[in-house]
Design a protein around this ligand. Structure first.
Ligand SMILES: [Zn+2]
Length: 66
């Protein structure tokens, strides 16, 4: 059993395996989208709408969880 807490809404979830939560580490797809929206600096994310990926990305920051 894996316990985790959604970094967006702080909801605590419990899953048997990571496969059970496709949106890991977020509790749901919605929170995952919210996080994606935060990364897209200066852009507003409309839930349900696909976010176009910019081909002009000057630098790609990689967040490495310790
Ligand atoms: Zn959440």
């Amino acid at each position: 059993m894996i316990q985790g807490r959604c970094p967006i809404c702080s909801k605590v979830y419990e899953i048997a395996a990571l496969d059970d939560l496709p949106s890991f580490p977020f509790c749901c797809k919605r929170c995952r989208l919210i996080d994606l929206g935060r990364w897209a600096d200066g852009k507003y994310l409309i839930p349900g709408s696909p976010v176009p990926t910019s081909s002009a990305a000057p630098d790609a920051d990689e967040d490495d969880p310790a």
